[in-house]
Design a protein around this ligand. Structure first.
Ligand code: GLP
Length: 229
């Protein structure tokens, strides 16, 4: 696992955008796993500014809420708003998990070349909450109170945050050929410390990434603040 610490969240976004741009240049039909959440917004802003030909790129999003009341609260809407509507990607090449066939859809596309991940304050990846099996595949999960509280900032109220979501499983994520995890801000420092310093165990989902050969963590100074404490 590589840990890359950069001075600011802007620098993190620029660095990851450079690498994605480079990968698409080398392989125009790159299969990209995408994430949502506040951490991804600077990255998508950066990608929107670049001259990248997205016409052959395929994307697979990590997760989606189940039982959303307003369309604008969905991750599908988020991706359209912050990225897909601003680039020349073909909508038929963008995918969101709907059922357990997602893993085979990914396989048929040739597998994910690069998976982008954020991290939850409780160390979740995708919506794989603590105690998710490392062998889990795409499935519907219950969201923890902590995750619902933390994500309620994107909703009108805590009550409108769905209780369920569908997410790639941990084994789905680990099948990606390469993984970039991005974390910025002090709120993520403890989650990052655990992900980097604890042995793989199912109580801390992000520790599963230690089982993968090509994982890089891109952190700003604040998110890396507890490393080595
Ligand atoms: C959600 C998503 C995760 C994401 C996490 C962190 O729970 N399901 O994939 O990593 O939020 O989000 P944020 O970047 O807003 O802190």
């Amino acid at each position: 696992m590589k840990t890359i610490i950069l001075p600011s969240k802007k620098k993190v976004a620029e660095t990851v955008a450079d690498l994605i741009q480079e990968k698409i240049k080398k392989k125009p039909n790159l299969v990209l796993g995408l994430a949502t959440g506040g951490t991804m917004m600077p990255l998508y802003k950066e990608l929107r500014k670049r001259k990248i030909d997205w016409s052959k790129v395929k994307t697979f999003n990590l997760d989606e809420y189940v039982g959303i009341k307003k369309k604008k609260d969905s991750y599908h809407y988020f991706m359209d708003k912050y990225l897909f509507s601003k680039i020349n990607i073909k909508r038929k090449n963008t995918h969101f998990p709907k059922n357990k066939d997602y893993d085979s859809e990914i396989r048929k596309a040739g597998g994910i070349d690069l998976q982008i991940l954020g991290i939850g304050v409780n160390d979740h990846i995708g919506f794989n909450e603590p105690r998710s099996s490392f062998t889990s595949k795409t499935r519907v999960v219950n969201l923890s109170d902590e995750t619902r509280r933390s994500n309620s900032r994107f909703f009108q109220s805590l009550n409108s945050v769905p209780k369920k979501a569908i997410t790639m499983g941990i084994s789905t994520i680990l099948k990606a050929k390469e993984i970039y995890l991005i974390a910025t801000g002090r709120k993520k420092a403890l989650a990052i410390q655990k992900a980097v310093e604890c042995k793989p165990n199912e109580k801390i989902p992000a520790t599963a990434l230690k089982k993968h050969k090509r994982v890089s963590f891109f952190l700003d100074k604040k998110a890396s603040g507890k490393l080595g404490d």
